[in-house]
Design a protein around this ligand. Structure first.
Ligand SMILES: Cc1cc2nc3c(=O)[nH]c(=O)nc-3n(C[C@H](O)[C@H](O)[C@H](O)COP(=O)(O)OP(=O)(O)OC[C@H]3O[C@@H](n4cnc5c(N)ncnc54)[C@H](O)[C@@H]3O)c2cc1C
Ligand SMILES: NC(=O)c1ccc[n+]([C@@H]2O[C@H](COP(=O)([O-])OP(=O)(O)OC[C@H]3O[C@@H](n4cnc5c(N)ncnc54)[C@H](OP(=O)(O)O)[C@@H]3O)[C@@H](O)[C@H]2O)c1
Length: 433
């Protein structure tokens, strides 16, 4: 009898896990990939920026895994809502949790919950057309916006804010979102780092793209671009060089302006009914290397604050979770007997898509070595259980019908290859007419 494994989540970690199971297993294996959304690929579909089409094309690799005869996609099935851990352990020989990191980390400063203070997770979900966020959610009516954080997500958010709607027309951005972007009043974007250029988390390629924006001047203050010492990794040296070259150039009067700021930490988001400003404190590093305030403050007159300070995993019901690391405790991917973890849920929200491949391979090595020679579980098929509960999973072919409807929508609107359908209803209409 084949080894039956349930993979929970169809992002890169989930799909690389399915692939590694098929490739590494010496005996026949059957993998079900259970996904809460009707659509696969996780953040490749609902995170990677719409204008990064070459990165998005990783989906073409992932799709080949879902098309393997040993692998089955079951969309619209949520662990914790439709099925429990016990259900899964009764239906499969092993379970691998790959549910990523879905929520934002908090700043913990006053005013964080004011209208206009927005988590990057929500903003990214909005422009990516995630069904959790209404396309009418954001109106870009403030001339000045602050983005807190200097990681690659902050860079994505800044780029989407800085570009014109026309520049994003050929992407898969939902049509209602494109309309909102075309009405944007944003003139100035402030991207704020709490440490120096040498500590920024963005990568060189992504940083350079900001300097090529046709619609925005990029400005860096010469005093904030100064970096002491010089023994930095190549990536960091590259970042510093680019930022210092921007500090030496004058704005040329493009419609928007991006200020990349350093050594400033947010202390309060100001406003009575909604965001009216962002109070920042200048920082320095203490002798122990910690960020400390200098008591010198400045206020940015922004009407929107986008908090891009990292993602965070959420606990899955019935699965161990560490509130300290915000991950599932594991040893080389093993959580407990017959339970495993991979991807962002295993190691936290860092690394690029490819990092999940080696990560998943490690988990699968552990799983296969644990299960080698063990009796198979007297399983009750998951299909039976789902049918009993009135749940009809979205099949891979139904997902392909959603994709086809997105390509058709793009054609009818005279836009690129596809335009995202938004909302579960629209997706269900497309695949179950
Ligand atoms: C905004 C953003 C942009 C990025 N851009 C890039 C980029 O350009 N290049 C790059 O290399 N990396 C990029 N990354 C990083 C990359 O996306 C991650 O490394 C990768 O997606 C993590 O994979 P994962 O499978 O662990 O999580 P995810 O991709 O988040 O996949 C998790 C999946 O689990 C599903 N799920 C969640 N809960 C449940 C549940 N209870 N039951 C069933 N299913 C569930 C989710 O719907 C999702 O499909 C980006 C990350 C972000 C946040
Ligand atoms: N194109 C791409 O390849 C791409 C695109 C998007 C995302 N990704 C990847 O996805 C992962 C997540 O990216 P991310 O940008 O969300 O996270 P990240 O790389 O961890 O960056 C988070 C940023 O937030 C700052 N920050 C954290 N807490 C803060 C606080 N309390 N106040 C002020 N600033 C704070 C951090 O500063 P400190 O350093 O001082 O903590 C850092 O600048 C990364 O591995 C990233 O490379 C890749």
């Amino acid at each position: 009898m084949a080894l039956r494994v349930a993979v929970i989540g169809s992002g890169p970690a989930g799909i690389y896990t399915a692939e590694a199971l098929v490739k590494q297993s010496a005996e026949p294996v059957q993998v079900d990939v259970l996904e809460r959304l009707p659509t696969p690929y996780g953040l490749v579909r609902y995170g990677v920026a719409p204008d990064h089409t070459s990165i998005k094309s990783i989906a073409n690799y992932l799709r080949r895994v879902l098309e393997l005869p040993e692998v089955r996609f079951l969309g619209g099935v949520t662990l914790g809502e439709h099925v429990s851990v016990d259900d899964l352990l009764g239906a499969y020989d092993a379970v691998v949790y790959c549910t990523g990191a879905m929520v934002d980390r908090k700043l913990g400063i006053p005013g964080e919950d004011l209208p206009g203070s927005v988590a990057a997770t929500d903003f990214v979900n909005w422009y990516c057309g995630h069904p959790d966020v209404d396309p009418g959610r954001f109106t870009l009516d403030s001339p000045e916006v602050a983005v807190i954080g200097v990681g690659n997500v902050a860079v994505d958010v800044v780029r989407v804010l800085a570009k014109t709607a026309d520049e994003l027309r050929a992407t898969d951005v939902p049509h209602d979102v494109l309309q909102r972007l075309s009405e944007s009043q944003v003139k100035a974007i402030h991207m704020v780092g709490r440490r120096g250029p040498e500590h920024a988390k963005f990568t060189l390629k992504e940083l350079r793209e900001l300097g090529d924006l046709a619609n925005a001047d990029v400005c860096v203050r010469p005093d904030e671009a100064i970096v002491l010492g010089g023994d930095f990794p190549r990536q960091v040296q590259g970042n510093i060089k680019v930022l210092q070259s921007w500090a030496a150039r004058e704005p040329v009067g493009r419609p928007r302006r991006l200020d990349v700021r350093f050594w400033l930490r947010p202390v309060e988001i100001l406003g009575a009914e909604r965001v009216e400003g962002l109070k920042l404190e200048r920082t320095r590093l203490s002798q122990e290397g910690r960020v400390v305030g200098t008591g010198e403050f400045e206020t940015l007159p922004v009407g929107m604050v986008l908090r891009s300070v990292g993602y965070q995993s959420v606990p899955l019901p019935g699965v161990p979770f560490s509130d300290k690391t915000m991950t599932v405790p594991n040893e080389a991917g093993r959580v407990r007997d017959r339970e495993y973890v991979a991807g962002w849920l295993k190691r936290g929200p860092t690394g690029v898509i490819g990092t999940n491949k080696s990560d998943a391979a490690e988990t699968v090595r552990t799983l296969l070595s644990d299960l080698e020679g063990r009796d198979r579980v007297a399983a009750r098929p998951i299909d039976e259980l789902l049918a009993e509960r009135g749940i009809r999973p979205i099949t891979y072919d139904e997902w392909l019908a959603i994709e086809a409807a997105e390509a058709e929508l793009a054609r009818s609107l005279g836009r690129g290859e596809r335009v995202k359908l938004v909302g579960l209803e629209a997706m269900l209409r497309a695949c179950r007419p």
